[in-house]
Design a protein around this ligand. Structure first.
Ligand code: G
Ligand code: G
Ligand code: NA
Ligand code: MN
Length: 253
């Protein structure tokens, strides 16, 4: 598999990179966090499709090594921005396999130890699929994060199987409403109704809501009026390398 040669460095100089995409407080538009997103750049300078690469890593089991690399690199790059990222959270994506592996505690501990990034500024993004088997070890892991001051949010919310009644029982702090609903919200009444309902339920359950894929001021205004907590999307910034993120943060201050 390609990824094996990538990881062992036998595929030329394909680089693993960490990009960052800002997440803003919806009411003030102050910077709340940045989501770390993996990028794969070939020696020719082309970017490989991230989703396909992640899927290949999951299928081959290499996601555990790739994920551990990602945790440490994202925290390290983030801390290297120094004062710029003081007090700002860092969102990290966890694959289900990664979150369910027994080494996840050690991987997180090692990354924190190596970089000095405090756990109470980390937000872990997991997908609804993680909760399908109702596995007690998964629940314990998420509770461990939250006991230590970290947060857990459900990514791509609305695309999977989670029901609202189930949501109430999960050890999570919030949800990220899938981009598909946000994209269509200002043209499609059904999409707007879904976003409205999700926000109403989340608020009733005391959950924070992030809207992802916010591209227009019209979408921003609707989301603010509905009491959405955080906003993320091209309206503010795409995912950028840390060199560009530092500039973005300075302009925001
Ligand atoms: O940023 P972009 O739209 O290219 O991301 C494509 C997909 O890859 C998204 O579903 C995103 O969540 C996922 N992804 C990006 N970085 C990581 C990562 O570090 N870990 C995991 N598990 N998924 C990631
Ligand atoms: O699965 P996850 O939500 O982590 O995937 C995020 C993906 O969405 C990334 O590939 C990212 O580049 C992309 N993305 C982020 N913001 C926007 C946006 O405003 N519009 C669009 N079309 N894609 C976005
Ligand atoms: Na994500
Ligand atoms: Mn998402």
């Amino acid at each position: 598999l390609r990824l094996t040669s990538l990881l062992t460095g036998t595929a030329g100089k394909t680089e693993f990179l960490v990009y960052f995409q800002p997440i803003l407080q919806a009411d003030t538009e102050n910077l709340y966090s940045c989501e770390a997103l993996m990028r794969f750049r070939t020696s020719a300078g082309d970017f490989l499709n991230t989703q396909r690469m992640i899927e290949a890593a999951e299928a081959s089991g290499m996601i555990l090594d790739v994920g551990a690399w990602m945790l440490k690199s994202a925290m390290s790059d983030y801390m290297a921005m120094g004062r710029n990222t003081d007090g700002i959270h860092l969102n990290l994506n966890l694959s289900p396999k990664q979150a369910q592996s027994s080494r996840i505690y050690a991987d997180i501990d090692a990354a924190i130890e190596a970089t000095g990034m405090p756990l109470n500024r980390l937000v872990f993004e997991v997908t609804e699929g993680l909760f399908l088997n109702n596995d007690q070890e998964t629940i314990s892991f998420l509770e461990w994060i939250r006991k230590n001051g970290g947060k857990v949010v459900i990514d791509d919310f609305g695309t999977g199987y989670s029901s609202f009644s189930y949501l109430r029982k999960l050890p999570v702090d919030g949800i990220k409403v899938d981009r598909a609903f946000i994209t269509n919200m200002d043209q499609d009444d059904d999409a707007l109704a879904v976003v409205r309902s999700i926000l109403a339920v989340a608020q009733a359950l005391g959950l924070e809501v992030t809207a992802e894929g916010v591209e227009t001021l019209a979408q921003r205004n609707i989301l603010r009026d509905l009491g959405c907590t955080y906003l993320q999307g091209y309206l503010y910034s795409k995912a950028v390398p840390n060199s560009e993120l530092a500039g973005f943060i300075q302009r925001a201050n």
